[in-house]
Design a protein around this ligand. Structure first.
Ligand code: COA
Ligand code: AMP
Length: 632
């Protein structure tokens, strides 16, 4: 039996003992007597009687145990030409002051705090400061528009908001303050205070009585201590796209997250405390929460906070510079980043200018990794390239190659085998297990392991309905795929209206809601079309109100702007076309999958239930008019 199989089998057949053992590797104020409370399925509770604090495990513990002078965070910003190093001792000092600053104005245990920040150290400091005093942070990605921020404010009702004055995109300063003010105006709920981190590139105006200059308040604050919380106390809420415009508030608990994330650092990523680990993502996404901030700090690593892009900041050698300059051992990013690099530097010339001998593994996730990208990365980096599959809901990987246990052969196109703790199955529509090679719904038998999501924020019914109803006793991932004869998993497609654009998860349903709000649009559909750089990009099809004689191109431009204004630039919604009608089944369901196949230029069958087959020729013509299928 392989080392991986042994660990995996133990994690499934004796989960109590497996996770209690892992729990010994973290600091508890009160060690849990049992691992799992399964009295109320599907609401499972891990380490129900444990007490701990995430910030203590991420910061103070290392200061006390000899890592005070080790660098905790490397801030590397090619956009501002700055690099800074923060030791664990410095991090403790700043985090405890920011925690004190929040406490001073009444933020305490269980209060929500929204963090709206670019990739600067203060983003991580804000998250840790909340965790320190038991406040529940909710980080909102900087590429979202005011309306998306307003929706999140109304859902989690924050007592305070921590924001920077601006974010920096290549060639563009994104002023956060106007977006923040607009969001607060749009929202029903009003936070008591907004703390603003002023960046020189665009200073924010201060609204008296509500807004506070963060730097000044932090310098005067009395440092706050870590508050011991219940293992099941919410560490954070992170909103993610569902099938409708209302995002889902994924909740993460405290104890389960510390135990599982700490466990993954050695067992999955193969890094030791003290080494440099770099997740090139954004704190606004789950990868940023788990692998820029929490897991590397729980494990006593040095984490890299990179404010830049894989290309253009200044060139496709940016990642290689960071790896060699900071001696990065493991890099984790999305395949789209590598596609961008490969496109600009196909023969890897930039790579040859740097010493990458310290790099041990490249991990990829966020979208399906195409074999071309995987092979290119392997050939040039000459290290194992590990595709692993995970979701905001799970917080860490569902399927991976556990390099710290045993590096298994890599199969291109597969994120390897189930991670310990996940009893993965492929089910058909009737809930029967598919045989090897047959595609079905990818599900995980309950309970999900520690560190996943115990519920949705104040929406337990939606939690059950969205994830645990189609296949009773199982978590429905929303992905379809198959398992091959060797047990390797292949994730092929989403089963819902979620698309993946440059590794960012977006809802086509949410975009349709925006398009439908345009005065001239009678009906619309948004689908994810294949894109050689971003994996998928959204394409909108519009049917106009009868009698509308306005210029179609103008309307398309308006809806594109509308999505940018209401969802944000990150939606990358740049293609829309007016069509006479949308193809539908006789029962009125829009045939999005067929339209997607036409846009992608892949084979498709005439759906038996279509009400008028001629519509598909019209659709094909309209898509050709906006460049679909893309020339390969
Ligand atoms: N704040 C404000 N705007 C943002 C933003 C942020 N934090 N992040 C992205 N945007 C904007 C971009 O400026 C761009 O705006 P534009 O339409 O004016 O050009 C738009 O959102 C789309 O951004 P993106 O999808 O990132 O495309 P890009 O063309 O700027 O860059 C890549 C393409 C591939 C280089 C980039 O997507 C990338 O680095 N991806 C890595 C993905 C990743 O880290 N995923 C996380 C999961 S692991
Ligand atoms: P997010 O919640 O933003 O992390 O997006 C999760 C979704 O991204 C999953 O449900 C998958 O559809 C997709 N995804 C993430 N990682 C992979 C992977 N390694 N292979 C295929 N799809 C992936």
């Amino acid at each position: 039996m392989s080392a991986y199989s042994k660990v995996y089998d133990q994690s499934i057949s004796n989960k109590e003992q497996f996770w209690l053992e892992a729990a010994r590797d973290i600091h508890w104020d009160q060690f849990p007597q049992r691992a799992l409370d399964d009295s109320e399925p599907p609401f499972y509770r891990w380490f129900p009687d444990g007490r701990t604090n995430a910030c203590y495990n991420a910061v103070d513990l290392h200061v006390e145990n000899g890592r005070a002078d080790q660098t905790a965070i490397i801030y590397d910003s090619p956009i501002t030409n700055q690099t800074a190093k923060i030791t664990y001792r410095e991090l403790q000092s700043r985090v405890s002051r920011v925690a004190g600053m929040l406490q001073e104005r009444g933020v305490g245990l269980g209060d929500r705090v929204i963090v709206y920040m670019p990739m600067i150290p203060e983003a991580a400091i804000a998250m840790l400061a909340c965790a320190r005093i038991g406040a529940v942070h909710s980080v909102v990605f900087g590429g979202f528009a005011a309306n998306e921020l307003a929706v999140r404010i109304d859902d989690c009702k924050p007592k305070a908001i921590l924001a920077a004055s601006c974010g920096l995109e290549p060639g563009r300063t994104v002023e956060y303050k106007p977006l923040l003010d607009q969001a607060i105006e749009l929202a029903q709920h009003k936070p008591d205070n907004c703390y603003l981190w002023q960046r020189e590139q665009a200073r924010a105006s201060i609204i008296d009585g509500r807004d506070i200059d963060w730097k000044e308040a932090e310098s005067k604050a009395i440092p706050a201590d870590c508050v011991s919380v219940d293992s099941n106390h919410s560490l954070y809420i992170l909103y993610t796209s569902g099938t409708t415009g209302a995002p889902k508030g994924v909740v993460r608990d405290t104890g389960g997250s510390i135990v599982s994330l700490k466990w993954t650092m050695k067992n999955i990523y193969g890094v030791d405390p003290g080494e440099v680990y770099w997740a090139a993502s954004d704190v606004g996404w789950v990868v940023g929460h788990s692998y820029i901030v929490y897991a590397p700090l729980f494990h006593g690593n040095t984490t890299v906070l990179y404010e830049g892009k894989p290309v253009g900041t200044p060139d496709p050698g940016a990642f290689w510079r960071v790896i060699s300059e900071h001696n990065v051992r493991v890099l984790f990013t999305a395949p789209t980043a590598f596609r961008a690099i490969k496109k600009e530097d196909p023969s890897g010339d930039y790579l040859k200018q740097y010493d990458l001998s310290g790099l041990r593994y490249l991990f990829l996730a966020g979208e399906r990794c195409d074999p071309d990208t995987l092979n290119w990365a392997e050939n040039h980096l000459k290290v194992p390239v590990i595709d692993h599959w995970w979701q905001t809901e799970t917080g860490w990987s569902i399927a991976t190659n556990c390099t710290g246990i045993e590096l298994l052969p890599v199969k291109s196109g597969s994120p390897s085998l189930p991670a310990p703790g996940y009893k993965l199955k492929v089910l058909d529509n009737d809930g029967n297990e598919c045989k090897a090679g047959d595609i079905g719904a990818l599900v995980v038998e309950s309970p999900l392991p520690p560190g996943t999501f115990p519920t949705l924020w104040e929406a337990p019914e939606r939690y059950v309905e969205s994830y645990f109803t189609t296949f009773p006793g199982h978590y429905e991932t929303g992905d379809a795929g198959f398992i091959d004869d060797d047990g390797y998993i292949f994730v092929m497609a989403r089963t819902d209206d979620v698309i993946n654009v440059a590794g960012h998860r977006l809802s086509t349903g949410a975009m349709e809601e925006v398009l439908a709000g345009h005065a001239d649009v009678a009906e619309c559909a948004v689908m994810g079309a294949a894109d050689s750089l971003k994996g998928q990009v959204p394409v909108g099809m519009l049917v106009l109100n009868s009698g509308c004689d306005r210029n179609e191109e103008d309307i398309c431009k308006e809806v594109i702007q509308k999505v940018r204004d209401e969802i944000g630039p990150v939606a990358a919604f740049k293609s829309a076309v007016v069509v006479k009608r949308l193809p539908k089944t006789r029962s009125g369901k829009i045939l999005r999958a067929t339209m997607r196949s036409i846009a992608d230029g892949t084979d498709w069958k005439m759906p038996a239930t279509i009400d008028d087959p001629a519509i598909l020729d019209e659709i094909s013509e309209s898509l050709a008019g906006i460049g679909y299928p893309q020339a390969s």
